[in-house]
Write a protein that binds this ligand. Structure first.
Ligand code: ATP
Length: 175
């Protein structure tokens, strides 16, 4: 499956803007051409939702979230930045573990199981990508994901194959 990263990022961003009118969302996209990545659209959506959801949940004091993406010929990098509570250095690796939550008492009131980031990391790595955290306690965090992208030629071939497969499905009587 080939997904247009620009389209998916923009769509998830617009949804968050609508769901959280009390937050300021800033989208920084410096991209002229479509970015095609070989990832299921649902998976990319899920990764972005997890990161944006956390950015909102853990930044109650300064309600601002930045989303940016840029690409070179081989990969796309998407960054989600908040200006919230931040994550200490010792917790930066742990937050990717299943069921790990930094502040057990306080986060209970915020809901969640500590699964989001574990799922996001698994998904990203399944597509040969990476996820990193930069954070300063009390100042906020940046979650950065990198995913490989397709060359225009490869994307064209895969899209053509998809169209052919669809054409076969559309012939009456053939399943
Ligand atoms: P859910 O299962 O709904 O995603 P969760 O938010 O607790 O619940 P994770 O997304 O895996 O689970 O996050 C794990 C922990 O990492 C959180 O409980 C929180 O302590 C910390 N964390 C995640 N994102 C941020 C962030 N942007 N700023 C500060 N802390 C964060």
């Amino acid at each position: 499956e080939v997904s247009d990263v620009t389209e998916v990022v923009t769509q998830v961003f617009d949804n968050f803007k609508m769901i959280h009118p009390d937050y300021v969302f800033i989208l920084d996209d410096d991209v002229e051409r479509p970015i095609q990545s070989q990832i299921y659209r649902n998976h990319l959506e899920q990764i972005l939702i997890i990161l944006l959801d956390n950015a909102v949940k853990y930044s109650q004091t300064r309600k601002e979230v930045h989303l940016s993406y840029e690409s070179d010929s081989r990969s796309v990098e998407v960054a989600v930045q908040d200006f919230g509570e931040g994550i200490s250095q010792e917790n930066r690796n742990r937050v990717f573990n299943r069921f790990y939550r930094v502040d057990k008492a306080r986060s209970r009131t915020k809901g969640g199981n500590g699964l989001g980031l574990a799922i996001a990391k698994r998904l990203i790595e399944a597509y040969h990508g990476r996820i990193t955290i930069e954070s300063a306690l009390g100042h906020g965090s940046v979650f950065r994901i990198t995913l490989p992208i397709l060359s225009d030629a490869d994307a064209a071939i895969l899209n053509e194959k998809k169209a052919q497969a669809q054409a076969i499905n559309d012939i009456p009587g053939i399943k």
